[in-house]
Design a protein around this ligand. Structure first.
Ligand SMILES: Cc1cc2nc3c(=O)[nH]c(=O)nc-3n(C[C@H](O)[C@H](O)[C@H](O)COP(=O)(O)OP(=O)(O)OC[C@H]3O[C@@H](n4cnc5c(N)ncnc54)[C@H](O)[C@@H]3O)c2cc1C
Length: 543
């Protein structure tokens, strides 16, 4: 025998990749949630969408779009300023699919009961393939709410913004079949505090303005339009900035460089300078924050969807892996301690989805008071729960979980991003306090959710009562805000699970999150929890 051709070993006990499965059909909590919250009519389409999302080819696109991140060319080879960002073809295919499926516009172009729920379900599945391209999709979707504040601009631009046509060319809007929209608020001296913006807006005789200044974070700089904040004579104002001027020349929004991000790698984010850029006013002068908040409320909601999706993919990977991997002679899904961890990860993921879909219904039904407070609560809580969840899921997979060949490092690197942008954690908590002070009806809407589950579980009833009492004490509210919002969030999730999920899901969630257990790490569910049932419910595909 030739020693060099000897077979060294057979590869055994290595799980199959999680691919060629249906992200809708294989997700019981998602299917139940969509039906419950008003999206049942979309079931067949969602199932087809889920099947295509789970193909090996589609999942590979997500991998490639991150393995080959965007590159920036400031000038062409002849010295002309081009501000061009080049993406891997995989990124473009994901964008094409997202826009073709109306993830950026379906509730606006085809409004009906459950439209936001159906769109949220699609975005949830699409984000599991890849999160970075979701950024321009979300911003385009959300921009519609702000642009509607300025009917002339809305009439001019919305048809192409909402069109189901992805046109990535760096050419004037008039030549394109579809447009995407970005958002530029953050400056070097302040992101949370946008009132510190120094970019100046100089009014022109024709009603337009010129912007001079900088923006420190401009994601998706290949967008065709941007909603921008700048200081006009009457104060901070929202403007619409086209990438190209109507006369076909480049508008001087100049990209200085791309951000070197730890996560969200497929999505280009940039630092830019505005050198007399043409813009049109959106809403009144001096009302910029109120105007752009119309958009920000929706981007925050999409952060909830995106982080819930990240948790679902992480839990799916962990469950599927452990369902096939044997250690010490037994499958990991049969080892009690791992069952505890997996079940806990699945509970967290299901609770995040339940809250997200409930808010999608609130959007559909115009439940403004609930949206006002619960978007901030949900954005804060779900986005903040994601990093540790991703890390635990990675650990379930062991050493291979750390390897860049698989999806776990990408899920992990992506996991903190949503918590930081669109208003970081503390900013969300302060926003909850603001909602409580300015809109007492928002607090009532929150407690109506607890009320609707009252009398079923004593721990939840006690939780709601204690929370109500603590909210009535205004002393040191800012200092205590995280504690209060944490409790609002888990209370809301508990109420939703109690009403809608099987008791083997709702009860351990309440016991671990409301009754003081499981505060420190995943995998500390109480004795007697039916982990097998939770694992079976969460399993994305048969192993
Ligand atoms: C990947 C990525 C992409 C981004 N893309 C965009 C984009 O496209 N457009 C855009 O405009 N911006 C974008 N941003 C910027 C983002 O919105 C800001 O980074 C964010 O709003 C925080 O602002 P900052 O970085 O200036 O931090 P700061 O405002 O300095 O905040 C730092 C910390 O202080 C906390 N904090 C703030 N105020 C208080 C307070 N009163 N009490 C207690 N704590 C407080 C915050 O929660 C935060 O944790 C992006 C950021 C990232 C990471």
């Amino acid at each position: 025998m030739n020693d060099f051709l000897a077979v060294t070993h057979e590869v055994i006990n290595q799980p199959r990749a999680l691919e060629n499965y249906n992200l809708y059909g294989g997700d019981r909590a998602l299917r139940e949630g969509v039906e419950r919250e008003g999206g049942a009519w979309a079931g067949n389409d969602l199932s087809a969408f889920g099947a295509s999302a789970g193909t090996a080819e589609m999942l590979e696109l997500g991998h490639l779009a991150n393995k080959f991140p965007p590159e920036f060319d400031s000038h062409d080879r002849f010295g002309h300023r081009v501000d061009l960002v080049r993406f891997h073809p995989a990124y473009h295919r994901l964008m094409e699919r997202a826009i073709g499926e109306g993830l950026h516009s379906s509730p606006w172009t085809e409004p009906r009961a459950g439209a936001h729920v159906a769109r949220a379900a699609r975005f949830y599945m699409q984000s599991q393939i890849e999160a970075g391209h979701g950024c321009p999709i979300t911003m385009t979707f959300a921009s519609v709410a702000a642009l509607r504040r300025q009917p002339d601009l809305a009439a001019e631009w919305l048809p192409k913004i909402t069109a189901r046509s992805y046109d990535p060319r760096n050419v004037p809007a008039a030549e394109k079949s579809g447009l995407t929209v970005g958002m530029a608020m953050t400056e070097k001296q302040g992101g949370s505090d946008v009132r510190a913006n120094t970019t100046r807006a100089v009014p022109k005789a024709d009603g337009s303005y010129e912007l001079v200044g900088h923006k420190y974070f401009v994601s998706a700089p290949m967008c065709d339009l941007f909603l921008v904040l700048a200081q006009a004579p009457d104060g901070l104002t929202c403007f619409l900035l086209p990438r190209w001027k109507p006369d076909g020349t480049k508008n001087p929004l100049q990209i200085q460089r791309l951000k070197n991000k730890m996560g969200n790698r497929s999505n280009a984010s940039s630092e830019t300078e505005l050198r007399g850029a043409l813009v049109w006013r959106v809403g009144e002068e001096g009302r910029g924050v109120a105007t752009i908040l119309e958009m920000v409320a929706l981007t925050r909601f999409d952060c909830m969807i995106g982080s819930s999706a990240g948790m679902r993919m992480a839990a799916s990977q962990a469950l599927f892996h452990c369902g096939q991997r044997s250690v010490f002679g037994k499958l990991l899904t049969e080892q009690p301690l791992m069952q505890n961890v997996l079940a806990d990860l699945a509970l967290e993921s299901e609770a995040a989805l339940a809250l997200t879909l409930r808010l999608a219904r609130a959007l559909d039904q115009g439940e403004e008071s609930l949206m006002r407070i619960a978007t901030a609560i949900g954005k804060y809580w779900i986005c903040k729960r994601t990093p540790n969840h991703a890390y635990e899921a990675m650990e379930c997979i062991g050493g291979s979980g750390v390897m860049e060949d698989g999806p776990m490092p990408r899920l992990f690197r992506e996991s903190p991003v949503n918590a930081i942008w669109e208003g970081s954690g503390n900013v969300q908590c302060l926003d909850v306090l603001r909602a409580m002070a300015k809109s007492p009806e928002a607090v009532e809407a929150l407690f109506a959710e607890f009320e609707s589950a009252k009398g079923v579980n004593a721990a939840l009833d006690c939780h709601a009562k204690a929370l109500r009492q603590d909210l009535s004490d205004p002393a040191d509210a800012e200092f205590r805000a995280r504690d209060l919002v944490d409790r609002m969030a888990v209370g809301l999730q508990a109420a939703l699970l109690l009403k809608h999920a099987p008791s083997f899901v709702a009860e351990p969630f309440i016991a671990s999150r409301l009754e003081g257990r499981g505060q420190h790490h995943y995998g500390t569910l109480a004795r007697g929890t039916d982990c097998k049932a939770i694992i079976e419910r969460g399993m994305p595909a048969s192993v």
